[in-house]
Design a protein around this ligand. Structure first.
Ligand code: ADP
Ligand code: MG
Length: 740
């Protein structure tokens, strides 16, 4: 009958000129067939209404408005949404069916048998369960349901039942199963859904239980998985040995085996990465085609800057600087990421780039994530560049009133060669005369959006992104897939690893003795105090009291300073200058010193409540010491620690290598949290896991970049589905106007 109706439908629709691709190959689902009075015009409703997977779920026969509303709550509007987005969070293995004679006590057991007896709860004893006895060739099992007495009317003796649940002893009688899920197998016609297989477990919403949702998903998979358009060109699918989308989706929901499940996952992970990387490749290629400025500087100022340095650039700095200089001289905009561990010497490389832009007649902007870092850059770059002529100005939200007007005017009329700021720089208002280079420091805190905004301030300026948190390669490819990458993989000579130890409160006295001895040898000390929020007055008071107590009771013969984010710029500057000059022996500070601060004579860092800091943050803090020729120390003072905190502290004492630290941090926190909202500029993954699937990411990236190089606008007919999928995936998050 089913076959007949489909045949009929296809014929009639074809005759009526309705038929489109794929309509005739519907899956074996419930079809409603209307046959007109004359018997000549039959229309298969489900096929007609929902031939295409983008049909709203609400239009499906049997999905009422109530159900549709619940599905919308899950974010599911169309059939396609449900198929490709509402993937099971996991599968429960209910495929091992145990003979009843061999059943044992335990959590997740699956058995099957014929219904031999049904005992509903006695009247008025609603709290007693319904008990159904099933039987197979090897024995019996009593199965119990609570609060579902109606099932007594559903089940009939002689029916075959698969049950899944917890098996437990019951008084002195036989074992009993508390049934969690069941499946009535009628005439062995349909394959089981809820038990006797790998059962999908879906995210639910109140009012929509697992069984009806599973049934709906099965209907969708059977009816529409075959009609999903496969965005992946067949050539790539074959080359990478990936299954077609329809098979992957079918197996992702209802796999026949674990092997099938794994193959489905592989394909869907590839899709996640491939759609991301194709988007990045397109964006990249559009940037590249845009004309930028070719900056050629005479190089006289550059030579003077280099000869003013008290050191030689490392080989890594020379190599990286060569890469940047080549990019800047080319007639298209630079997009480069400069990656380097704390203390690897990124600032001087940035200074060379800034000076090159100025010498070529342009302005440069440097954007930092915090005020204090912006202020630090102002001091450092000012010291490096101003003696050679260029003017460096600061524009942060702390610069107000007349000072701000003056600085903004200098930027607008071109007097200021270099402007340093926080995100206030890109928030409207500021106009440049001729912006040629934008440097973004500590990029991991900025989104792609900020980068684009800064870029918009000039006529396609060169962009150099610097990051101090070394990012594992797979992540760099994801976050900065549209950038070239330069790595400073060498520290300036003479650096020695910072000796790092963890100590408890009981050792405070000995720690102070150690600090005293170091100061006696001429070194200086940081004492870092955690501050959850710079506005949290109580934390600030704690840091202030700590500084006072250290001065009064512990180091009365030494000078103790205090630095925190709420001091005004001149105050901060004064404290930093005193510390740099050696006039302060100890500096009690909040995490404002996390980045950018550079005092080589400071050789010891004591971190209070180290368990409260994140791993990357601890590593950044530690990077403040070990900058001079002396042996340096980082003491982590910890209170009560959680398991996670323990692992962070262990990672710190185990290694000084920023890349290993970043990898551990990523493992501990997961990519979502590692980047927080910073990742918001990119589409989300549905299946892929950056930690698990890194190798696949690189494969997908190679294919994506090759494809975009060959067909930049995705105009080839075999790329039509890819183009549609790409626009859907990146919607609102990237401007794909060039290909849309
Ligand atoms: P980061 O990469 O963390 O921003 P900085 O640029 O602050 O590192 O450099 C750290 C310290 O190393 C600074 O004191 C800087 O003057 C110094 N430095 C940079 N390059 C060299 C070099 N080639 N030789 C010696 N010291 C260097
Ligand atoms: Mg730096």
């Amino acid at each position: 009958m089913k076959k007949l109706s489909r045949l009929l439908t296809a014929t009639v629709l074809a005759g009526a000129g309705f038929i489109g691709s794929g309509q005739a190959q519907a899956g074996p689902v419930r079809h409603v067939v209307l046959i007109s009075v004359d018997g000549l015009h039959a229309v298969d409703l489900e096929n007609l209404i929902a031939a295409h997977p983008d049909t709203p779920l609400a239009d499906l026969p049997g999905v009422g408005p109530q159900r549709a509303k619940l599905l919308v709550k899950l974010g599911l509007i169309s059939i396609e949404d449900a198929l490709v987005r509402h993937l099971p969070t996991r599968h429960e293995d209910r495929s091992q069916i145990l003979p009843l004679g061999r059943i044992t006590v335990g959590e997740a057991r699956t058995c099957a048998g014929t219904i031999a007896g049904i005992s509903p709860p006695p009247r008025g004893r609603g709290r007693m369960p319904l008990v159904v006895t099933i039987r197979d060739a090897t024995g019996f099992l009593n199965c119990a349901w609570f609060n579902q007495a109606y099932l007594a009317r559903v089940f009939k003796r002689g029916q075959r039942l698969i049950v899944h649940g917890k098996v437990q002893p019951y008084g002195r009688g036989p074992l009993q199963m508390l049934v969690k899920d069941y499946e009535l197998v009628e005439d062995g016609e349909d394959e089981p859904l809820h038990a006797g297989r790998l059962v999908p477990v879906y995210p639910l919403t109140e009012g929509l239980g697992p069984r009806p949702l599973r049934r709906l998903m099965k209907r969708l998979v059977d009816g529409w998985a075959d009609r999903l358009e496969d965005p992946l060109p067949a050539r790539i699918r074959t080359a990478r040995e990936l299954v077609p989308l329809s098979r992957a989706i079918t197996a992702a929901h209802f796999p026949e085996s674990e092997a099938e499940q794994a193959m489905a996952r592989r394909r869907l992970v590839f899709d996640d990465f491939f759609l991301l990387e194709t988007g990045l490749a397109i964006r990249r290629q559009r940037e590249g085609r845009r004309r930028g400025v070719a900056m050629h500087s005479a190089g006289a100022l550059l030579r003077r800057l280099r000869s003013s340095l008290p050191y030689q650039l490392t080989a890594a700095q020379e190599r990286v600087w060569g890469e940047i200089r080549t990019d800047m001289a080319a007639p298209y905009p630079m997009s480069r990421l400069l990656q380097g561990d704390v203390g690897s010497g990124k600032t001087i490389v940035a200074a060379l780039a800034v000076l090159t832009a100025i010498e070529a007649g342009y302005q440069a902007a440097l954007m930092a994530p915090t005020e204090i870092l912006a202020e630090q850059h102002l001091l450092t770059l000012g010291r490096l560049l101003e003696p050679l002529g260029p003017r460096v100005v600061l524009l942060t939200s702390a610069v107000k009133g007349k000072a701000r007007d003056t600085a903004a005017a200098a930027v607008e009329n071109g007097e200021a060669g270099c402007v340093i700021g926080t995100h206030a720089l890109v928030q409207g208002g500021v106009r440049f005369k001729r912006l040629g280079l934008a440097v973004v420091d500590e990029q991991h805190r900025f989104g792609v959006v900020h980068r684009a905004a800064l870029r918009g301030k000039g006529e396609s300026p060169d962009v150099l992104v610097m990051t101090a948190t070394p990012i594992p390669r797979t992540l760099a490819l994801t976050l900065y897939g549209d950038l070239d990458v330069s790595v400073l993989d060498e520290l300036p000579p003479g650096r020695r690893p910072v000796v790092t130890v963890a100590r408890g409160e009981g050792k405070r006295r000995q720690i102070y003795d150690f600090l005293r001895a170091q100061i006696a040898e001429g070194r200086q000390v940081y004492v870092v105090y955690p501050l959850v929020e710079e506005s949290e007055v109580s934390d600030l008071r704690a840091a202030t009291e700590m500084a006072e107590r250290l001065q009064r009771e512990v180091f009365p013969e030494r000078r103790v300073g205090l630095l925190h984010g709420r001091l005004s710029f001149p105050e901060k500057e004064r404290v930093m200058r005193e510390f740099k000059a050696g006039a302060l022996h100890l500096l009690v500070s909040t995490t404002v010193i996390e980045v950018g601060i550079d005092v080589p004579n400071a050789s010891v860092m004591l971190i209070e409540h180290a368990e409260r800091f994140g791993l990357s943050q601890l590593h950044q803090l530690r990077g403040r010491v070990g900058r001079g020729p002396w042996k340096s120390y980082c003491v982590l003072l910890t209170g009560v620690t959680s398991e996670d905190a323990r692992r962070r502290i262990d990672a710190m004492t185990a290694t000084n290598d920023g890349f290993r630290i970043a990898e551990t941090d990523l493992e501990l926190r997961g990519p979502g949290d590692f980047f927080g909202t910073r990742q918001s500029g990119l589409p989300e993954f549905r299946v892929a896991d950056l930690l698990r699937d890194g190798a696949m990411l690189e494969e997908a990236r190679r294919e994506a970049f090759a494809l975009v190089a060959a067909d930049p606008k995705l105009l080839a007919p075999e790329h039509r589905a890819l183009r549609a999928a790409l626009l859907a995936r990146w919607r609102g998050k990237i401007d794909l106007a060039g290909i849309g």
